[in-house]
Ligand binder design. Structure first.
Ligand code: PSU
Ligand code: MN
Length: 307
């Protein structure tokens, strides 16, 4: 039988030697971006992490194992396989056992990163509380995973298709700190500001790394949100985004889209409705998050603060 959890040799070596490592997820590759933008983005994010002095560890399920560190060939295989499942903590083990390919969401990637001993993870935006959650009950498994695994998630907030106010409230309930870099506000993915506060603002990577070190050393046990707003030049104008979002949400409701299909449906619909502008913005914020995650991983590996 294949081992169900496999760490790639170069990732394992980096971890053993205490070198900086950044985890990357694969649901954005398979379900968040159109093909072949997804696989291109995955390769590019790895390059950005390496250029920042850290080892990338892209995570996904292939050939009966949850793999930490996919090769380019494996990434290609995952991105082009038919019917790749979107995996969170609930459906992960069954897919591993079945030998079926799957991409990991923030939830499953947090688990794998923690299991491997990786402390920094870059993504686009976390999942959260959906706008119709009171009736649909749709709250992303990302939030409960954030409550369980002590890993820093560098993101541009949560996708603006969500109920951001309730998402921020739930992060607080779960004891997940929201630390802003160069921002007082929780970012809204395609836009820099949401009107919602972060728990604390930092203006340097080193200060932020010290707060992460304190969080880990205290043994608080939860994940941390590192909120990094989309670069100003890449922000989507409100007049483009707002009507597209309204339309996408109405279409999802009219077509009865539910469960794991909701987020990919909304992202794809937004792409169509904005002539691809949401994809360009998504790629820009992903690159910036990968850059910041590498810088944080480097700062943490330096052990400049705390024990
Ligand atoms: N961020 C992106 N694109 C994505 C996602 C995040 O820029 O596709 C994915 C993440 O993998 C996240 C998932 O975990 O969407 C959340 O899905 P849901 O809302 O179904 O929990
Ligand atoms: Mn959901």
């Amino acid at each position: 039988m294949t081992e169900p959890f496999v760490i790639a040799p170069e990732v394992e070596a980096a971890l053993d030697e205490g070198r900086p490592v950044v985890a990357l997820e694969t649901t954005l590759v398979t379900h968040g971006l159109p093909h072949p933008d997804g696989v291109r983005a995955a390769a590019e994010l790895e390059d950005v992490v390496r250029a920042g002095g850290a080892m990338p560890a892209t995570i996904g399920v292939l050939d009966g194992a949850l793999r930490v560190g996919l090769s380019r060939a494996e990434l290609e295989q995952l991105a082009t396989a038919r019917g790749v499942a979107k995996l969170n903590l609930g459906n992960l083990a069954a897919h591993v056992a079945a030998g079926a390919p799957g991409s990991t969401t923030v939830a499953a990637t947090l688990f794998a990163a923690h299991q491997a001993g990786i402390r920094v993870f870059a993504t686009g935006g976390i999942g959260g509380v959906h706008r119709d959650a009171t009736t649909s009950g749709d709250v992303s498994a990302d939030l409960t995973a954030l409550a369980r695994f002590p890993v820093a998630v560098v993101c541009a907030g949560a996708k603006a298709v969500l109920d951001l106010a309730r998402t921020v409230e739930l992060l607080e309930t779960l004891g997940v700190p929201v630390l802003g870099l160069g921002t007082d506000e929780f970012p809204a993915f395609y836009r820099r500001a949401s009107g919602l506060p972060v728990d604390r603002r930092f203006d340097s990577v080193d200060d932020l790394a010290c707060a992460l070190t304190a969080h880990f050393d205290l043994g608080l046990g939860t994940g941390v949100i590192v909120a990094n707003p989309i670069p100003a030049a890449d922000e989507l104008p409100r007049e483009v985004y707002d009507p597209a979002l309204e339309r996408a949400l109405a279409d999802a409701a009219a077509q009865g889209v539910r469960g794991r299909a909701v987020t990919p449906f909304l992202l794809e619909r937004l792409r169509e409705l904005t002539g691809g502008r949401t994809v360009a913005a998504n790629l820009a914020l992903l690159r910036d998050n990968a850059r910041l995650a590498a810088a944080l991983a480097v700062a943490l590996a330096r052990e400049a603060c705390g024990a």
